[in-house]
Design a protein around this ligand. Structure first.
Ligand code: GAP
Length: 453
Protein backbone atom coordinates (compact mmCIF):
# COMPACT_ATOMS: atom_id res chain seq x y z
CA UNK A 1 0.00 0.00 0.00
CA UNK A 2 2.98 2.42 0.53
CA UNK A 3 3.19 3.46 -3.08
CA UNK A 4 -0.54 3.71 -3.67
CA UNK A 5 -0.25 7.46 -4.16
CA UNK A 6 2.35 6.95 -6.93
CA UNK A 7 0.00 4.48 -8.56
CA UNK A 8 -2.91 6.93 -8.33
CA UNK A 9 -0.82 9.82 -9.73
CA UNK A 10 0.29 7.65 -12.62
CA UNK A 11 -3.21 6.31 -13.33
CA UNK A 12 -4.60 9.84 -13.16
CA UNK A 13 -2.13 11.06 -15.74
CA UNK A 14 -2.34 8.06 -18.06
CA UNK A 15 -6.12 7.92 -18.14
CA UNK A 16 -6.85 11.64 -18.20
CA UNK A 17 -8.00 12.42 -14.66
CA UNK A 18 -5.27 14.81 -13.52
CA UNK A 19 -2.23 16.24 -15.35
CA UNK A 20 0.70 18.27 -14.05
CA UNK A 21 -0.07 21.84 -15.13
CA UNK A 22 1.97 23.66 -17.84
CA UNK A 23 3.86 20.47 -18.54
CA UNK A 24 5.13 21.61 -21.95
CA UNK A 25 6.92 24.44 -20.09
CA UNK A 26 8.38 22.20 -17.44
CA UNK A 27 5.34 22.41 -15.18
CA UNK A 28 4.46 24.64 -12.24
CA UNK A 29 5.13 23.05 -8.88
CA UNK A 30 2.06 21.73 -7.06
CA UNK A 31 -0.31 22.86 -9.77
CA UNK A 32 -2.60 20.36 -11.46
CA UNK A 33 -5.12 20.36 -14.29
CA UNK A 34 -8.19 18.15 -14.43
CA UNK A 35 -8.47 16.18 -17.68
CA UNK A 36 -11.54 14.69 -19.38
CA UNK A 37 -12.29 12.11 -16.67
CA UNK A 38 -11.12 14.32 -13.79
CA UNK A 39 -13.49 17.11 -14.68
CA UNK A 40 -16.37 14.60 -14.76
CA UNK A 41 -15.45 13.23 -11.35
CA UNK A 42 -15.08 16.72 -9.93
CA UNK A 43 -18.41 17.83 -11.40
CA UNK A 44 -20.10 14.73 -10.01
CA UNK A 45 -18.78 15.47 -6.51
CA UNK A 46 -19.99 19.06 -6.70
CA UNK A 47 -23.35 18.06 -8.15
CA UNK A 48 -23.94 15.45 -5.44
CA UNK A 49 -23.02 17.94 -2.69
CA UNK A 50 -25.32 20.57 -4.21
CA UNK A 51 -28.19 18.12 -4.60
CA UNK A 52 -27.80 16.96 -1.01
CA UNK A 53 -27.39 20.42 0.51
CA UNK A 54 -29.53 22.68 -1.67
CA UNK A 55 -31.90 20.79 -3.99
CA UNK A 56 -33.17 18.08 -1.66
CA UNK A 57 -33.80 20.42 1.29
CA UNK A 58 -36.01 23.44 1.72
CA UNK A 59 -33.98 25.36 4.32
CA UNK A 60 -30.86 26.12 2.23
CA UNK A 61 -30.42 28.55 -0.66
CA UNK A 62 -27.56 28.68 -3.17
CA UNK A 63 -25.17 31.48 -4.05
CA UNK A 64 -22.35 32.21 -6.47
CA UNK A 65 -20.49 35.30 -5.26
CA UNK A 66 -17.42 36.98 -6.74
CA UNK A 67 -13.84 35.87 -6.16
CA UNK A 68 -12.52 39.42 -5.94
CA UNK A 69 -14.67 41.43 -3.54
CA UNK A 70 -14.33 44.72 -1.67
CA UNK A 71 -11.06 44.46 0.30
CA UNK A 72 -12.85 45.92 3.35
CA UNK A 73 -14.51 42.51 3.67
CA UNK A 74 -11.14 40.92 4.44
CA UNK A 75 -10.33 43.59 6.99
CA UNK A 76 -13.64 42.97 8.76
CA UNK A 77 -13.29 39.20 8.62
CA UNK A 78 -9.87 39.31 10.26
CA UNK A 79 -8.05 37.86 7.26
CA UNK A 80 -5.87 40.92 6.61
CA UNK A 81 -4.54 40.88 10.15
CA UNK A 82 -4.94 37.24 11.13
CA UNK A 83 -4.74 34.91 8.14
CA UNK A 84 -1.02 34.39 8.35
CA UNK A 85 1.56 31.72 9.06
CA UNK A 86 4.69 32.50 11.08
CA UNK A 87 7.70 32.01 8.81
CA UNK A 88 11.44 31.84 9.37
CA UNK A 89 14.11 32.11 6.69
CA UNK A 90 17.57 30.58 6.61
CA UNK A 91 20.18 33.35 6.41
CA UNK A 92 22.52 31.08 4.44
CA UNK A 93 20.41 29.12 1.93
CA UNK A 94 17.34 31.42 2.10
CA UNK A 95 14.87 28.56 2.33
CA UNK A 96 11.68 29.52 4.19
CA UNK A 97 9.97 27.28 6.68
CA UNK A 98 6.78 27.38 8.68
CA UNK A 99 8.04 27.76 12.22
CA UNK A 100 5.39 25.34 13.52
CA UNK A 101 6.46 22.66 11.03
CA UNK A 102 10.08 22.93 12.15
CA UNK A 103 9.15 22.60 15.79
CA UNK A 104 6.76 19.71 15.09
CA UNK A 105 9.64 17.81 13.47
CA UNK A 106 8.34 17.86 9.90
CA UNK A 107 11.93 18.16 8.67
CA UNK A 108 13.31 15.63 11.10
CA UNK A 109 15.41 16.57 14.09
CA UNK A 110 16.67 20.16 13.94
CA UNK A 111 19.74 21.30 15.80
CA UNK A 112 19.04 23.99 18.41
CA UNK A 113 21.15 26.81 19.71
CA UNK A 114 19.99 28.78 22.75
CA UNK A 115 16.56 27.23 22.30
CA UNK A 116 16.25 28.38 18.69
CA UNK A 117 16.33 25.97 15.72
CA UNK A 118 18.93 26.02 12.90
CA UNK A 119 18.16 25.34 9.24
CA UNK A 120 17.26 21.66 8.76
CA UNK A 121 18.77 21.74 5.26
CA UNK A 122 22.15 23.46 5.71
CA UNK A 123 22.41 24.08 9.46
CA UNK A 124 22.44 27.85 8.90
CA UNK A 125 21.09 30.49 11.25
CA UNK A 126 17.38 31.30 10.98
CA UNK A 127 15.77 34.76 11.00
CA UNK A 128 13.20 35.72 13.62
CA UNK A 129 9.62 34.66 12.95
CA UNK A 130 7.75 36.87 10.53
CA UNK A 131 4.04 36.70 9.77
CA UNK A 132 3.31 35.84 6.17
CA UNK A 133 -0.23 36.58 4.98
CA UNK A 134 -1.65 33.76 2.86
CA UNK A 135 -3.94 35.91 0.73
CA UNK A 136 -2.99 36.47 -2.92
CA UNK A 137 -2.85 40.16 -3.74
CA UNK A 138 -3.78 41.87 -6.95
CA UNK A 139 -4.65 45.38 -8.17
CA UNK A 140 -7.90 46.65 -9.62
CA UNK A 141 -7.27 48.69 -12.76
CA UNK A 142 -3.96 49.92 -14.13
CA UNK A 143 -2.56 51.64 -11.03
CA UNK A 144 -0.62 49.33 -8.74
CA UNK A 145 -0.81 51.18 -5.44
CA UNK A 146 -2.32 50.57 -2.02
CA UNK A 147 -5.59 52.28 -2.92
CA UNK A 148 -6.20 49.71 -5.66
CA UNK A 149 -5.13 46.65 -3.72
CA UNK A 150 -7.52 43.69 -3.74
CA UNK A 151 -7.36 40.02 -2.76
CA UNK A 152 -8.34 36.71 -4.28
CA UNK A 153 -10.70 35.13 -1.75
CA UNK A 154 -9.06 32.59 0.58
CA UNK A 155 -12.49 31.11 1.44
CA UNK A 156 -15.92 31.37 -0.19
CA UNK A 157 -17.58 31.90 3.19
CA UNK A 158 -17.25 35.70 3.33
CA UNK A 159 -19.20 36.03 0.06
CA UNK A 160 -22.05 34.36 1.94
CA UNK A 161 -21.91 36.62 5.01
CA UNK A 162 -21.95 39.83 2.99
CA UNK A 163 -25.02 38.58 1.09
CA UNK A 164 -26.81 37.30 4.19
CA UNK A 165 -29.39 40.09 4.42
CA UNK A 166 -30.15 40.11 0.69
CA UNK A 167 -30.71 36.37 0.57
CA UNK A 168 -32.81 36.50 3.72
CA UNK A 169 -35.06 39.13 2.12
CA UNK A 170 -35.16 37.55 -1.32
CA UNK A 171 -35.88 34.01 -0.18
CA UNK A 172 -38.04 34.84 2.87
CA UNK A 173 -36.32 32.11 4.87
CA UNK A 174 -36.73 31.75 8.62
CA UNK A 175 -33.98 30.72 10.97
CA UNK A 176 -32.62 28.06 10.99
CA UNK A 177 -31.62 28.36 7.35
CA UNK A 178 -28.46 28.11 5.31
CA UNK A 179 -26.64 29.51 2.30
CA UNK A 180 -24.44 27.24 0.22
CA UNK A 181 -21.73 28.04 -2.27
CA UNK A 182 -19.21 26.12 -4.38
CA UNK A 183 -16.24 27.93 -5.86
CA UNK A 184 -12.53 28.55 -6.20
CA UNK A 185 -10.44 29.82 -3.30
CA UNK A 186 -6.79 30.83 -3.30
CA UNK A 187 -4.13 30.65 -0.62
CA UNK A 188 -0.46 31.37 -1.04
CA UNK A 189 0.41 28.21 0.87
CA UNK A 190 4.01 27.99 2.05
CA UNK A 191 4.16 24.23 1.94
CA UNK A 192 1.81 22.98 -0.78
CA UNK A 193 2.16 19.37 -1.80
CA UNK A 194 1.04 15.76 -1.55
CA UNK A 195 -0.47 15.79 -5.05
CA UNK A 196 -3.83 17.65 -4.93
CA UNK A 197 -4.07 17.57 -1.11
CA UNK A 198 -2.69 21.09 -0.63
CA UNK A 199 -2.51 23.48 -3.56
CA UNK A 200 -2.64 27.25 -3.94
CA UNK A 201 -5.78 27.21 -6.02
CA UNK A 202 -8.59 24.89 -5.00
CA UNK A 203 -12.35 24.60 -4.79
CA UNK A 204 -14.48 24.68 -1.68
CA UNK A 205 -18.03 23.52 -1.01
CA UNK A 206 -19.19 25.65 1.89
CA UNK A 207 -22.40 25.93 3.82
CA UNK A 208 -23.11 28.67 6.36
CA UNK A 209 -26.09 27.55 8.44
CA UNK A 210 -27.64 30.36 10.53
CA UNK A 211 -29.18 29.33 13.84
CA UNK A 212 -30.46 30.71 17.14
CA UNK A 213 -27.42 31.12 19.41
CA UNK A 214 -29.00 28.88 22.07
CA UNK A 215 -29.36 26.07 19.49
CA UNK A 216 -25.88 26.25 18.00
CA UNK A 217 -24.54 23.19 19.84
CA UNK A 218 -27.40 21.04 18.56
CA UNK A 219 -26.84 22.11 14.97
CA UNK A 220 -23.08 21.70 15.29
CA UNK A 221 -23.64 18.02 16.11
CA UNK A 222 -26.34 17.69 13.46
CA UNK A 223 -24.03 18.86 10.67
CA UNK A 224 -21.22 16.61 11.80
CA UNK A 225 -23.53 13.61 11.39
CA UNK A 226 -24.95 14.79 8.10
CA UNK A 227 -21.58 15.38 6.56
CA UNK A 228 -20.06 12.11 7.76
CA UNK A 229 -23.04 10.26 6.30
CA UNK A 230 -22.61 12.00 2.96
CA UNK A 231 -19.14 10.49 2.60
CA UNK A 232 -20.29 7.08 3.85
CA UNK A 233 -23.26 7.03 1.46
CA UNK A 234 -20.87 7.68 -1.41
CA UNK A 235 -18.81 4.68 -0.48
CA UNK A 236 -15.99 5.88 1.79
CA UNK A 237 -15.16 3.09 4.21
CA UNK A 238 -16.14 3.71 7.84
CA UNK A 239 -12.67 2.90 9.13
CA UNK A 240 -11.07 5.51 6.88
CA UNK A 241 -12.95 8.49 8.34
CA UNK A 242 -12.92 10.00 11.78
CA UNK A 243 -14.15 13.14 13.47
CA UNK A 244 -11.57 15.06 15.46
CA UNK A 245 -12.46 17.94 17.75
CA UNK A 246 -9.94 20.83 17.69
CA UNK A 247 -8.14 21.78 20.87
CA UNK A 248 -8.52 25.39 22.04
CA UNK A 249 -5.01 26.28 20.76
CA UNK A 250 -5.78 24.95 17.31
CA UNK A 251 -9.01 26.91 16.74
CA UNK A 252 -9.10 29.40 13.86
CA UNK A 253 -9.50 33.05 14.84
CA UNK A 254 -13.25 32.98 14.15
CA UNK A 255 -14.27 29.65 15.67
CA UNK A 256 -15.95 28.87 19.01
CA UNK A 257 -15.45 25.20 18.29
CA UNK A 258 -14.43 23.13 15.29
CA UNK A 259 -14.24 19.47 14.38
CA UNK A 260 -12.46 18.06 11.35
CA UNK A 261 -13.69 15.15 9.31
CA UNK A 262 -10.39 13.39 8.67
CA UNK A 263 -9.58 10.79 6.07
CA UNK A 264 -6.74 8.35 6.47
CA UNK A 265 -4.52 9.52 3.61
CA UNK A 266 -1.73 6.96 3.17
CA UNK A 267 0.95 9.60 2.55
CA UNK A 268 0.59 11.86 5.58
CA UNK A 269 2.33 11.60 8.95
CA UNK A 270 0.39 10.79 12.08
CA UNK A 271 -1.02 7.51 10.74
CA UNK A 272 -2.25 9.41 7.74
CA UNK A 273 -5.16 11.29 9.26
CA UNK A 274 -5.63 14.51 7.32
CA UNK A 275 -8.39 17.10 7.14
CA UNK A 276 -11.06 16.52 4.54
CA UNK A 277 -13.62 18.97 5.85
CA UNK A 278 -13.96 21.31 8.81
CA UNK A 279 -17.21 21.84 10.68
CA UNK A 280 -17.02 24.99 12.75
CA UNK A 281 -19.26 26.89 15.10
CA UNK A 282 -18.33 30.44 14.04
CA UNK A 283 -20.70 32.01 16.57
CA UNK A 284 -21.73 35.52 15.50
CA UNK A 285 -18.11 36.44 14.72
CA UNK A 286 -18.63 37.22 11.04
CA UNK A 287 -22.01 38.93 11.09
CA UNK A 288 -20.94 41.00 14.09
CA UNK A 289 -17.73 42.14 12.42
CA UNK A 290 -19.42 42.93 9.12
CA UNK A 291 -22.14 44.83 10.98
CA UNK A 292 -19.52 46.89 12.79
CA UNK A 293 -17.33 47.57 9.78
CA UNK A 294 -20.12 48.24 7.27
CA UNK A 295 -22.41 50.10 9.64
CA UNK A 296 -25.35 48.06 8.28
CA UNK A 297 -27.75 46.19 10.52
CA UNK A 298 -27.29 42.48 9.91
CA UNK A 299 -29.53 41.21 12.68
CA UNK A 300 -32.42 38.83 12.20
CA UNK A 301 -35.91 39.73 13.37
CA UNK A 302 -37.83 36.81 14.80
CA UNK A 303 -41.53 37.35 13.91
CA UNK A 304 -42.71 35.06 16.69
CA UNK A 305 -40.78 36.38 19.65
CA UNK A 306 -40.48 39.92 18.21
CA UNK A 307 -36.80 39.85 19.06
CA UNK A 308 -33.80 40.85 16.96
CA UNK A 309 -30.54 39.01 17.25
CA UNK A 310 -27.38 38.12 15.38
CA UNK A 311 -27.61 34.44 14.45
CA UNK A 312 -24.79 32.00 15.11
CA UNK A 313 -23.30 30.14 12.19
CA UNK A 314 -22.48 26.48 11.78
CA UNK A 315 -20.12 25.99 8.87
CA UNK A 316 -19.38 22.68 7.16
CA UNK A 317 -16.54 23.54 4.75
CA UNK A 318 -15.24 20.87 2.39
CA UNK A 319 -12.51 20.83 -0.24
CA UNK A 320 -13.48 19.46 -3.65
CA UNK A 321 -9.99 18.21 -4.57
CA UNK A 322 -9.41 16.63 -1.17
CA UNK A 323 -12.64 14.70 -1.36
CA UNK A 324 -11.80 13.72 -4.93
CA UNK A 325 -8.47 12.35 -3.70
CA UNK A 326 -10.17 10.49 -0.85
CA UNK A 327 -12.76 8.99 -3.21
CA UNK A 328 -9.99 7.87 -5.57
CA UNK A 329 -7.85 6.35 -2.80
CA UNK A 330 -10.81 4.56 -1.28
CA UNK A 331 -11.93 3.21 -4.63
CA UNK A 332 -8.51 1.95 -5.77
CA UNK A 333 -8.20 -1.84 -5.71
CA UNK A 334 -5.79 -4.33 -7.17
CA UNK A 335 -7.12 -7.84 -7.52
CA UNK A 336 -5.79 -11.06 -9.02
CA UNK A 337 -8.02 -12.58 -11.67
CA UNK A 338 -8.33 -16.30 -12.39
CA UNK A 339 -5.25 -16.17 -14.67
CA UNK A 340 -3.32 -14.62 -11.79
CA UNK A 341 -3.16 -11.30 -13.65
CA UNK A 342 -3.60 -8.07 -11.74
CA UNK A 343 -6.87 -6.27 -12.28
CA UNK A 344 -6.84 -2.60 -11.29
CA UNK A 345 -10.32 -1.42 -10.50
CA UNK A 346 -11.70 1.85 -9.21
CA UNK A 347 -14.75 0.87 -7.20
CA UNK A 348 -16.23 4.35 -7.35
CA UNK A 349 -19.85 4.82 -6.36
CA UNK A 350 -21.81 4.75 -9.66
CA UNK A 351 -22.96 8.33 -9.07
CA UNK A 352 -19.34 9.44 -8.86
CA UNK A 353 -18.01 7.38 -11.75
CA UNK A 354 -17.00 9.63 -14.69
CA UNK A 355 -18.21 7.14 -17.33
CA UNK A 356 -21.44 5.42 -16.34
CA UNK A 357 -21.55 2.72 -18.99
CA UNK A 358 -19.40 1.52 -21.90
CA UNK A 359 -20.71 -0.11 -25.06
CA UNK A 360 -18.71 -2.72 -27.03
CA UNK A 361 -19.50 -4.50 -30.28
CA UNK A 362 -18.01 -7.99 -29.96
CA UNK A 363 -16.24 -7.61 -33.34
CA UNK A 364 -15.23 -4.34 -34.94
CA UNK A 365 -15.35 -5.67 -38.48
CA UNK A 366 -18.95 -6.85 -38.34
CA UNK A 367 -21.07 -3.88 -39.53
CA UNK A 368 -24.29 -5.27 -38.05
CA UNK A 369 -22.75 -5.50 -34.57
CA UNK A 370 -21.07 -2.11 -34.92
CA UNK A 371 -24.28 -0.41 -36.10
CA UNK A 372 -26.33 -1.82 -33.26
CA UNK A 373 -23.64 -0.95 -30.70
CA UNK A 374 -23.38 2.61 -32.09
CA UNK A 375 -27.15 3.02 -31.91
CA UNK A 376 -27.29 1.84 -28.28
CA UNK A 377 -24.36 4.11 -27.41
CA UNK A 378 -25.91 7.21 -29.01
CA UNK A 379 -29.38 6.52 -27.55
CA UNK A 380 -28.04 6.05 -24.01
CA UNK A 381 -25.91 9.20 -24.12
CA UNK A 382 -28.91 11.30 -25.03
CA UNK A 383 -31.60 9.59 -22.98
CA UNK A 384 -29.58 9.34 -19.75
CA UNK A 385 -27.57 12.52 -20.28
CA UNK A 386 -24.44 10.95 -18.80
CA UNK A 387 -21.00 10.13 -20.16
CA UNK A 388 -21.10 6.86 -22.10
CA UNK A 389 -18.01 5.33 -23.73
CA UNK A 390 -17.79 3.35 -26.96
CA UNK A 391 -14.86 1.00 -27.51
CA UNK A 392 -14.27 -1.51 -30.31
CA UNK A 393 -10.50 -1.93 -29.96
CA UNK A 394 -8.88 -5.11 -28.65
CA UNK A 395 -10.31 -8.19 -26.97
CA UNK A 396 -13.41 -7.86 -24.79
CA UNK A 397 -11.26 -8.77 -21.78
CA UNK A 398 -8.91 -5.85 -22.42
CA UNK A 399 -11.81 -3.52 -22.97
CA UNK A 400 -13.30 -4.54 -19.60
CA UNK A 401 -9.94 -3.85 -17.93
CA UNK A 402 -9.70 -0.38 -19.45
CA UNK A 403 -13.12 0.47 -18.04
CA UNK A 404 -12.39 -1.14 -14.64
CA UNK A 405 -9.36 1.07 -14.25
CA UNK A 406 -11.42 4.27 -14.58
CA UNK A 407 -14.34 3.00 -12.52
CA UNK A 408 -17.04 2.46 -15.17
CA UNK A 409 -19.73 0.48 -13.31
CA UNK A 410 -21.28 -1.30 -16.31
CA UNK A 411 -20.21 -2.58 -19.72
CA UNK A 412 -22.59 -3.68 -22.46
CA UNK A 413 -21.43 -6.16 -25.10
CA UNK A 414 -23.32 -6.55 -28.33
CA UNK A 415 -22.82 -10.04 -29.78
CA UNK A 416 -24.39 -12.29 -32.43
CA UNK A 417 -27.24 -13.26 -30.11
CA UNK A 418 -28.09 -9.55 -29.80
CA UNK A 419 -29.00 -9.48 -33.49
CA UNK A 420 -31.40 -12.39 -33.02
CA UNK A 421 -33.14 -11.77 -29.70
CA UNK A 422 -32.48 -8.05 -29.03
CA UNK A 423 -30.57 -8.70 -25.80
CA UNK A 424 -27.03 -7.71 -24.78
CA UNK A 425 -24.76 -8.77 -21.94
CA UNK A 426 -24.37 -6.34 -19.07
CA UNK A 427 -21.27 -6.84 -16.98
CA UNK A 428 -20.91 -5.52 -13.45
CA UNK A 429 -17.55 -3.89 -12.59
CA UNK A 430 -17.32 -5.15 -9.00
CA UNK A 431 -18.67 -8.71 -9.28
CA UNK A 432 -17.57 -9.16 -12.93
CA UNK A 433 -20.84 -11.09 -13.37
CA UNK A 434 -22.55 -10.89 -16.72
CA UNK A 435 -26.22 -11.27 -17.45
CA UNK A 436 -28.37 -10.77 -20.48
CA UNK A 437 -30.72 -7.86 -20.59
CA UNK A 438 -33.23 -6.76 -23.22
CA UNK A 439 -32.04 -3.72 -25.17
CA UNK A 440 -35.31 -1.93 -24.45
CA UNK A 441 -34.74 -2.38 -20.70
CA UNK A 442 -31.19 -0.99 -20.51
CA UNK A 443 -32.20 2.63 -20.07
CA UNK A 444 -34.54 1.92 -17.15
CA UNK A 445 -32.09 -0.45 -15.53
CA UNK A 446 -29.34 2.20 -15.53
CA UNK A 447 -31.68 5.04 -14.61
CA UNK A 448 -32.77 3.13 -11.50
CA UNK A 449 -29.20 2.35 -10.49
CA UNK A 450 -28.08 5.92 -11.00
CA UNK A 451 -30.81 7.59 -8.93
CA UNK A 452 -30.66 5.12 -6.10
CA UNK A 453 -28.13 6.55 -3.60
N1 GAP B 1 -14.38 28.77 5.58
C1 GAP B 1 -13.65 27.89 6.41
C2 GAP B 1 -12.44 27.36 5.79
O1 GAP B 1 -12.04 27.81 4.73
P1 GAP B 1 -10.51 25.63 6.10
O2 GAP B 1 -10.40 24.50 7.09
O3 GAP B 1 -9.41 26.59 6.02
O4 GAP B 1 -11.87 26.36 6.48
C3 GAP B 1 -11.89 24.16 4.44
O5 GAP B 1 -10.80 25.03 4.67
C4 GAP B 1 -11.52 23.03 3.53
O6 GAP B 1 -10.96 23.54 2.32
C5 GAP B 1 -10.45 22.10 4.09
O7 GAP B 1 -11.01 21.13 4.93
C6 GAP B 1 -9.87 21.49 2.82
O8 GAP B 1 -10.67 20.42 2.38
C7 GAP B 1 -9.98 22.63 1.83
N2 GAP B 1 -8.68 23.32 1.72
C8 GAP B 1 -8.18 24.30 2.50
N3 GAP B 1 -6.98 24.68 2.08
C9 GAP B 1 -6.68 23.93 1.00
C10 GAP B 1 -5.56 23.85 0.11
N4 GAP B 1 -4.51 24.67 0.22
N5 GAP B 1 -5.60 22.92 -0.89
C11 GAP B 1 -6.66 22.12 -1.05
N6 GAP B 1 -7.73 22.16 -0.25
C12 GAP B 1 -7.76 23.04 0.77
Amino acid sequence: MENIIDKIVSLCKRRGFIFPDSEIYGGLANTWDFGPLGVELKNNIKKLWWQNIVIQRDDIAGLDSSIIINPKVWEASGHVSGFADPLVECKSCHTRFKFDDLMKGKYGEVSMKDGYPHCPLCGGELTEEKKFNLMFKTFLGPVEDKGHLAYLRPETAQGIFINFKQILNASRQKIPFGIAQIGKSFRNEITPGNFIFRTREFEQMELEYFVKPSESKKWYRYWQEERLNWYFNLGIKKEHLRLREHSKEELAHYALSCADIEYQFPFLNDEGWGELEGIANRGDYDLKNHQEHSGKDLSYFDEETKESYLPYVIEPSAGVERSLLAFLLDAYHEEKDKNNETRVVLKLHPQLAPIKVAVFPLLKNNPELVNLAQKIYQDLKLSLNVLVDYDEVGSIGRRYRRQDEVGTPWCLTIDHQSLEDKTVTIRDRDTMQQERIKIEEIENFLRKKLTNV
